[in-house]
Design a protein around this ligand. Sequence first.
Ligand SMILES: [Zn+2]
Length: 158
Amino acid sequence: MTDRQKSFMKMAIDLSRSGMNQGKGGPFGCVIVKDGQVVGIGSNSVISTNDPTAHAEVVAIRDACKNLGHFQLDGCEVYTSCEPCPMCLGAIYWARPSKVYFANDKNDAAEAGFDDQFIYEEIDMEGKERRIPFMQVMQAEAKKVFEEWVSKENKTLY
Ligand SMILES: [Zn+2]
């Protein structure tokens, strides 16, 4: 890891501390870099925005995509102060950056009171067995829209 890359991670760690001290949310920060330049930043803002999805990585992905004017983070590197939770892991896969660097890992997060292991376990369970039951209804009706999508012309693929 280069000194410049270390400075990006230091920035993510600084964001984790400043967000926490400003009452934005938990101690998590994230920086997104493209071609050696910062294109997006984020601190966990769950508390200040009343948004349970405002994790540092999601905030930074939204910021970077807005700044880049695109819904993908092609060629970007993500520097996050902590190993992403399952939601952010998913968001990162949808955004498609080229690499992720993290500092704290999920065991460190669990020790600090941010245990997300149960979500990984829920993923493998049958929907109706989950703590929050997932029930399938009206599949046939919803599927018609997918069929319309498949046959739709001039659509933007992502
Ligand atoms: Zn997360």
